[in-house]
Design a protein around this ligand. Structure first.
Ligand SMILES: [Zn+2]
Length: 455
């Protein structure tokens, strides 16, 4: 009987994914982080501007009760087989540089700078005050892997897309990415790969060349999936080490170039540790689109993190963009990389009849009150500390094969609490790692035996 019910639930789960897939268009994206020449334009770029694109974020714009959501990243530095070729794990200067990038990345998302630009499609609801904090942070695990073939981003020179773009079937890092995803000892995270050009490395590191144009700093990411919620996520950053080395050699006088360096190393260091390009790629990972039309010559949205031309410092995110990010952290594949203990006690209040029909992850309590009926007809992931409270005269219905579960398998698990005069109706649903507490005077009814799994 239980098995039958599980199959039934799976069937409904499948149906719910299909309907979400119809609502949400999955796409991949590539972009250039510091060049005005687009390498690749996906079909949806051709339809730009999609003015309505950002409206979907309106109901997810964070408020004072929204907890800060920490997202895990793996920074994966590919090295040559002999361990050279990239930043070094045992080099304090290299480690400081990486740590400064991480710190500046978090600064971009926590101390938003800039102002509304009415030409930007993402800035359209200008009645909303500018947010100073996106409530998003990044937690980074650093990794160093020796493999010359994966280190050299020019190893497939006949296919530029295969070189650059994660999400492509023939992307040259797919195998190593898949291996990392499978490894139990590596934390699940957005995998950010740092690769180098073997040719540029030879010229810049071995031959100490001053020449410009030896390498590309184009970078690429992929949108989250709203249909395949188990899908992994990856970012590709290119040639950071050769850039760092050449600029440092030049600015510190290790090499004498013509024309000579204009700025001291401290100034150059500030620029190249600014993390604007990485913040941009992670914006794509979090479902953000470009704010400017590609190649608009720096007249539009120039301070936006999601400006595609890298014309100026990129520090601004509009409230609607931030809403889109939090929507992705509730509804898309990227949500699984949020730190498990992210939680705010401030409840989401359900004060009138409401049907919840999207497969969602929430980070707060829910209060069903004021005689409201709250119907959960799709899967819901609750924080381990979370409580769904059903008060006097109110009703919670869980039906349609929905699974209510916790984010983790911790000792602490979320609760559904039925207060006196409240009612819980369960009709074909699975509760996984969720406790039900029916207080005196509360009512629990079920049209069939409750399938409750605790593990
Ligand atoms: Zn981009």
């Amino acid at each position: 009987m239980k098995l039958h019910k599980k199959l039934f639930n799976l069937f409904f789960l499948f149906l719910s994914f299909i309907s979400l897939a119809q609502l949400e268009k999955e796409d991949e994206i590539s972009c250039v982080s510091s060049s005005a020449t687009p390498l690749h334009m996906s079909s949806s770029h051709d339809n730009w501007p999609i003015v309505d694109y950002y409206k979907k974020g309106a109901s997810f714009i964070p408020d004072t009760n929204t907890p800060i959501k920490a997202i895990y990243l793996n920074f994966i530095f590919m090295q040559k087989d002999d361990g050279t070729g990239n930043f070094q794990e045992d080099n304090p200067e290299h480690q400081q540089y990486i740590d400064d990038i991480i710190s500046n990345l978090n600064k971009i998302y926590s101390s938003i700078r800039g102002s509304y630009d009415r030409n930007c499609p993402s800035y359209q609801n200008i009645d909303t005050p500018i947010l100073k904090d996106s409530k998003v942070r990044f937690l980074v695990n650093k990794m160093f892997i020796k493999n010359s073939a994966y280190w050299d981003n020019q190893s497939t020179p006949t296919n530029k897309n295969a070189q650059l773009i994660p999400g492509r079937r023939n992307w040259f890092l797919n195998d190593i990415h898949d291996e990392i995803v499978k490894r139990k000892d590596i934390p699940p995270a957005i995998n950010v790969f740092f690769t180098e050009s073997a040719y540029a490395y030879k010229e810049i590191v071995d031959n100490q060349s001053c020449k410009l144009g030896l390498y590309s700093t184009k970078a690429a990411s992929q949108f989250p999936s709203f249909s395949d919620l188990d899908r992994s996520s990856k970012v590709h950053m290119q040639n950071l080490f050769v850039k760092y080395t050449q600029l440092k050699n030049k600015a510190t006088g290790v090499i004498t170039c013509d024309p000579p360096a204009k700025h001291p190393w401290e100034k150059v260091y500030e620029w190249i540790s600014g993390a604007g390009g990485l913040a941009h790629e992670l914006g794509h990972s979090l479902d953000l689109y470009h704010t400017n039309k590609v190649g608009t010559n720096c007249v539009q949205c120039i301070h936006s993190v999601m400006n595609n031309d890298g014309c100026s410092y990129r520090r601004f995110l509009s409230p609607l963009e931030i809403g889109c990010i939090h929507r992705a952290l509730a509804l898309s594949s990227i949500r699984k990389y949020v730190k498990k203990d992210v939680f705010s006690e401030a409840p989401i209040n359900i004060n009138s009849d409401y049907l919840w029909n999207k497969n969602s992850k929430i980070y707060r309590n829910i209060n069903v009150q004021d005689s409201a009926t709250f119907t959960l007809s799709c899967d819901l992931i609750l924080p381990p500390q979370g409580t769904v409270l059903v008060t006097q005269g109110s009703k919670l219905i869980i039906d349609n094969g929905a699974t209510i579960r916790s984010t983790g398998d911790d000792e602490i698990i979320p609760k559904i609490v039925i207060k006196s005069g409240g009612e819980l109706v369960i009709d074909n649903a699975t509760l996984q790692n969720v406790d039900i507490v029916v207080e005196e005077g509360g009512l629990l009814s079920s049209s069939s035996s409750i399938l409750k799994v605790r593990r």
